[in-house]
Design a protein around this ligand. Structure first.
Ligand SMILES: [Zn+2]
Length: 434
């Protein structure tokens, strides 16, 4: 269902007009209230009154994670603290966290944006929504919580419960929708299997997953094992949290709530804006946030804008599901390689799990690559050694002909790369500096 039809299906030209008006307001606000932006604009001689159309957007400076880290904790806020009613932050696992604030109105907008996401995947006032996201400083738990309540659904804040308790809640309370990371959904499926519980006994029909990159292969695995329909969604704490982009019933990309966020895709090296259809780094400008507006924020997430319109009737453009992180971009002897490219190749080979790790070392000045690949559980039931060798040759052949990569391939047992609740597999271990 379309939650806010008036906005989600508006004519593109009206939407452009709205984006420009809202952008101008935001620019005024950040120039007056956020020294980070005032300094950046002044340094680059940008007159905000010269920004008159969306084409002018690319003249504005980009904002990086480091800019925001240097603003720790409150320097990037555009309103005084007395107007802030909620504070969240990024995990800060790689150093200083980024602290974000919301005014009362920001929270209202946020809940409505999450309402769009939930409606779009079929959640409504009859749904029993089990949220297994963390409710602490990260935005997943509370973001979905208030969105689901706004929709009138019955919300079960199951966050923090261990998996057996999650399953007990799911079965006894008859949860109809699960909101979590895809990795956690898979974990639940594994435990159900171990416990001998048939997913058909559950009332679960919808899974809404996000917060980490996942593939179509993982989607089908989760769907067949939990007997649900699984949807992707996208959001990040710096921009607002969940509610930035969402799949509709056609599941052919994620619609960006463009009345609130202007999306661009840039080449992460040249920083030039890329045309629709080309893969690069996602960049967002917020145009309705009061407490923590961002201009051309570099997300570090890799995606592309999908050309064309969607059958659902929404006019918001779609981005492809996130295929990886810029931070993961490998520069191997002068070539740029994304782990997502390796993942895509592995998908074509039967017998491989969608899980792998790349280990880079330095040998005599050159990069040596080891690729650890998980195999499917039934793999070694056949003629072991010969099959393993054939298999390694095949992977090697794919890598060398398609990506120009030569790697030592190591096959490892299923489930040997850790991935429990919310934990991401680190796909790249770079030991070249050691
Ligand atoms: Zn659609």
């Amino acid at each position: 269902m379309i939650y806010s039809r008036e906005w989600e299906t508006m004519l593109r030209e009206d939407l452009h007009q709205l984006q420009v008006e809202r952008l101008q307001m935001t620019l005024n606000q950040v120039y007056r209230n956020v020294s980070l932006y005032k300094d950046l604009f002044d340094e680059q001689n940008i007159e905000i009154t010269d920004i008159k159309s969306l084409d002018d957007l690319s003249r504005l400076p980009l904002t990086s994670k480091d800019d925001l880290k240097q603003s720790y904790p409150y320097k990037a806020f555009a309103v005084p603290l007395r107007d802030i009613v909620r504070i969240h932050s990024t995990s800060g696992t790689s150093g200083t966290p980024i602290v974000v604030g919301y005014t009362k109105n920001d929270l209202n907008i946020w809940s409505s944006l999450v309402g769009r996401v939930l409606s779009s995947v079929g959640i409504d006032s009859h749904s029993l929504v089990q949220i297994a996201f963390d409710y602490s400083q990260s935005t997943g738990g509370l973001g979905f919580h208030y969105g689901a309540e706004k929709l009138g659904a019955s919300v079960i804040p199951a966050s923090g419960e261990e998996v057996l308790k999650q399953i007990q809640i799911m079965r006894d309370y008859r949860s109809s929708a699960l909101i979590s990371t895809p990795g956690y959904a898979l974990h639940i499926a594994n435990v159900l299997e171990k416990q001998g519980i048939d997913p058909q006994e559950l009332n679960l029909t919808i899974g809404l997953f996000g917060a980490e990159p996942w593939s179509e292969k993982l989607r089908s695995e989760i769907e067949s094992r939990l007997k649900i329909k699984a949807f992707d969604n996208y959001g990040l704490t710096e921009i607002i949290g969940p509610g930035v982009a969402y799949e509709c019933e056609h599941r052919c990309g994620l619609h960006v709530s463009e009345d609130h966020f202007i999306v661009e895709v840039i080449d992460p090296k040249t920083l030039e804006v890329l045309p629709e259809g080309e893969e690069g780094e996602l960049v967002f400008t917020t145009v309705t946030k009061h407490a923590f507006p961002l201009i051309r924020y570099r997300t570090g997430d890799i995606s592309k804008i999908i050309p064309g319109t969607c059958e659902c009737g929404r006019t918001f453009r779609r981005i492809a599901r996130i295929s990886g992180r810029i931070d993961d971009m490998l520069i191997i002897d002068g070539n740029n390689i994304f782990p997502s490219q390796i993942e895509a190749l592995l998908f074509e080979i039967e017998g491989v799990e969608p899980h792998f790790q790349i280990i880079l070392t330095r040998v005599e000045g050159f990069t040596a690559i080891e690729l650890k690949v998980e195999i499917t559980p039934d793999f070694f039931s056949f003629d072991e050694i010969k099959r393993a060798e054939d298999f390694k040759h095949r992977i090697d052949h794919y890598l060398s002909t398609r990506l120009g990569l030569h790697a030592k391939i190591t096959l490892i047992e299923p489930q040997s790369l850790g991935r429990t609740s919310g934990e991401k597999i680190s796909r790249v271990v770079d030991l070249r500096e050691e």
